[in-house]
Design a protein around this ligand. Sequence first.
Ligand code: CP3
Length: 353
Amino acid sequence: MTKPRNNTLLKALLRQPTKYTPVWLMRQAGRYLPEYNKTRARAGDFLSLCKNPDFATEVTMQPLARFPLDAAILFSDILTIPDAMGLGLYFAEGEGPKFERPLREEWEIRSLAMPDPAVHLNYVMDAVSQIRKTLDNQVPLIGFSGSPFTLACYMIEGCGGTDFRQIKTMLYQRPDLLHHILDINAKSVTAYLNAQIESGAQAVMIFDTWGGVLSHTAYQKFSLHYMTEILAGLKREHDGERVPSIIFTKGGGLWLEGIANSGCDAVGLDWTINISEARRRIGDKVALQGNLDPAILFSTPEVITSEAGKILEDYGNGNGHVFNLGHGISQFTPPEGAQSLVDAVHTLSKKYH
Ligand code: CP3
């Protein structure tokens, strides 16, 4: 299969030389774009958007039509796996994700089964192949999944925005039950990401949004351990090309060395850590992705440019940096803010390469 014409992202993830620093934005397709809101209205709701490959392709392409981004990311959600497990995902308007049948009773947990990606998640694989066709090798396509622990948070709590009381009670009182869920989640994520790779995803990212709420010891046992297992089971190559992997634990700055040793090619950083310190600690081992505070995009083009410039300078000369936000772009971001950022990264990064 031919390489993308703009292959900068894949090269940077593998720490190979590039002419500038590639940039993409977590949640780059989403509600801050008026065209996304229009497509979502046509689809009816968010889940119908995810489950229809035509709509998923359309919204994946929308940010690329506006900004010269260096990657596309599959339009989907991390909660497709627990949905395929039968937990009954729905999105209450303005309230975020919810499950009709969260995992509470031991018998529910014992009857949990791994979904077959080719059967229960075939709409995701269809979206991946259709997006690859539509992209026509313009830029690489990133596939993704949630981490076993982050998925378990939603599966057990039943919704977002909680104090993690249910999952942490299980963690300390019935660790065997939580390990059982995490084991099934890890196997499910491995099969899901491998199916995305076979359908055409050229890099994969694991979003561990909630790993950072764990204690030092619990993080290693209940989150990092399972991500390490997934990485060991991932296809490293497809169609003769390396498929790089990215691990992003929000709040994971304290555990960078461990994350970098998990077998991933790149570590995603949130905005709380200085990227120059992160590079000093692990930057010879893996690539780094990040890490602008998404709130900076509410500022003027001058502020956005200067803040982006500071991160590029902090990373310094050489390969292995993928510019991104430290977390997903806010729905209230003016699209012009994203434009200023992409332009600034492309212009200012040349001198470091
Ligand atoms: O990056 C991209 O453009 C790809 C699409 C993507 C979405 N969700 C689309 C989405 C990705 C990579 C995700 C990952 C995701 N989903 C995560 C991990 C990353 C993170 O942000 O921490 C998590 C925790 C979820 C679960 C989820 N999905 C939540 C908590 C919400 C509601 C939050 C919100 O912003 O309202 C969603 C819904 C969701 N996923 C939206 C989008 C564009 C908004 C839905 C809408 O249109 O109403």
